[in-house]
Write a protein that binds this ligand. Structure first.
Ligand SMILES: [Zn+2]
Ligand SMILES: [Zn+2]
Length: 326
């Protein structure tokens, strides 16, 4: 099983400025320290590994990306997607490219599970090219009764020139019921209501004894410290937990309390208590640059050592293009 992240920013897309690129070039040249890199191979090796045995930081050689929430869980025969943020546009282009050109057109089935209907989670859909292709089927699932209405409205005049009803793919909407299990694209799926303005829902996907939990836009507060906290069960023994940790602890409990997002500290604590194997921090704060996100990940890993020295928990921070094997 594999998860591909197409969009990892929270709240709104994050732009990249010329200054941000200059900062990366400066850091790379400084790290090279005047090394005599003569050939393409030497330059490539330096970019991949950094000077001597030290790795260059991800913020220098990479980027956490700019797209809003969208990820793909590899499934057989059909596509399984969580959320339709701007990352959905890149996913759609990838699907079209991998279909190749000149071959007989084949119809695809897409299953899109919506955490909720805030703008950053639906805004990629009008740019999802497979929705414009006849023969494709798109099933959109969510718990909000306004599910279909939200997709219709964001493409209505005067917001967008192409109404949803004129897209050529077959698009249908299913409002899910709490407490029920569903079978979709070979996975058993269930949802959990989360604390977020207007409510959001997490999803637990299970197949062949493996489990992936997608839990974004969720604020865990005081009750998270109770022994029977409902999310300890929802996250239990997950092979991969994708968790909204947009904030530092300070932000989460002061200025941004009740904004509907959690901290990296509660992410670590709930993961350890639930026996999660791999935690992937998600819904990255759009105002943090790559260097600050590198530090955020580093601090989160350090906190794990303070909180539970023995814990085998693996921690990553999602970026656009990240793939995790489960
Ligand atoms: Zn969001
Ligand atoms: Zn939201």
């Amino acid at each position: 099983m594999r998860v591909r992240f197409w969009g990892t920013r929270g709240s709104l897309p994050a732009s990249y400025t010329a200054e941000a690129i200059r900062t990366k070039i400066f850091a790379a040249l400084k790290a090279a320290g005047g090394a005599n890199l003569r050939t393409d191979e030497e330059i490539e090796a330096f970019v991949r590994r950094g000077p001597a045995t030290n790795s260059l930081p991800f913020s220098t050689v990479g980027s956490y990306g700019s797209n809003t929430s969208c990820l793909q869980i590899e499934a057989e025969g059909e596509y399984l997607i969580c959320d339709a943020g701007t990352g959905l546009r890149d996913f759609g282009n990838y699907v079209l490219q991998s279909a190749g050109s000149g071959e007989a057109s084949k119809s695809d089935t897409f299953n899109i599970f919506m955490s909720h209907l805030h703008w950053d989670h639906i805004q990629g859909f009008p740019f999802f090219t497979p929705a414009y292709i006849e023969g494709n089927r798109i099933h959109i699932y969510g718990f909000h009764k306004e599910l279909e209405q939200a997709f219709v409205r964001q493409q209505e005049y005067p917001y967008f020139p192409v109404p949803l009803g004129s897209l050529r793919a077959d698009i249908d909407f299913t409002v899910l019921e709490e407490g029920r299990e569903y079978q979709v694209a070979g996975f058993t799926v269930k949802g959990a209501k989360q604390n977020h303005p207007g409510e959001s829902y997490g999803y637990r996907f299970e197949k062949d004894g493996k489990s992936i939990v997608y839990s974004t836009d969720s604020e865990h507060k005081g009750e998270a410290y109770e022994a029977d906290y409902v999310f300890l069960g929802f996250f239990k023994d997950a092979d991969l937990l994708i968790f909204d940790a947009q904030y530092s602890l300070l932000d989460a409990i002061t200025a941004k309390e009740n904004w509907g997002h959690s901290s990296n500290i509660i992410a670590v604590e709930l993961s350890v208590k639930s026996g999660v194997k791999h935690l992937c921090i998600y819904h990255n704060e759009p105002t943090l640059d790559d260097e600050k996100l590198d530090r955020f990940l580093d601090e989160t890993r350090k906190y794990l050592r303070l909180y539970s020295e023995e814990s085998p928990l693996k921690i990553d921070l999602a970026y656009d293009g990240l793939e995790i094997e489960v």
